[in-house]
Design a protein around this ligand. Structure first.
Ligand code: AMP
Length: 113
């Protein structure tokens, strides 16, 4: 997608603090971190919102969650705990329309809302 920020990070047209990449996803630190560990796990393929996922994406979405778990382990927050979030559309708080999984941890997180 021509004007997609996260596609530009995937293609290295925009820099990011990349901490992991494999054949399906890239993971980089959020530029405006809300916790000591705040990483975004992003598929290479452009998918605008969670609403656009189909049955064919089950493996990809599972891979995103497993990747987040590996990064949590590497970051030393697996035991203390962390939160995984995917925001969808305006009222869900989505601001970048290329799906991404937030990994947040390293402090006591408050209740959702
Ligand atoms: P969301 O609001 O769920 O769509 O999350 C988008 C996230 O992308 C926000 O937490 C932003 O801080 C983050 N973000 C925006 N631009 C960049 C960037 N260039 N590099 C890293 N993270 C970014």
């Amino acid at each position: 997608m021509e004007n997609c920020l996260f596609c530009k990070i995937v293609s290295r047209d925009i820099p990011a603090d990349i901490i992991h990449e494999d054949d399906q996803v890239i993971a980089f630190r959020d530029v405006n971190p809300q916790a000591p560990v705040h990483v975004l796990i992003v598929p290479h393929r452009h998918i605008s919102t969670v609403n656009d996922l189909t049955d064919k994406d089950q493996s990809l979405t599972g891979h995103m969650i497993l990747t987040a778990g590996q990064i949590a382990l590497q970051s030393g927050i697996d035991d203390s705990g962390y939160r995984l979030i995917m925001n969808c559309n305006q009222e869900g708080g989505q601001t970048v329309f290329h799906i991404h999984l937030h990994l947040l941890g390293g402090r006591q997180l408050t209740h959702l809302g």
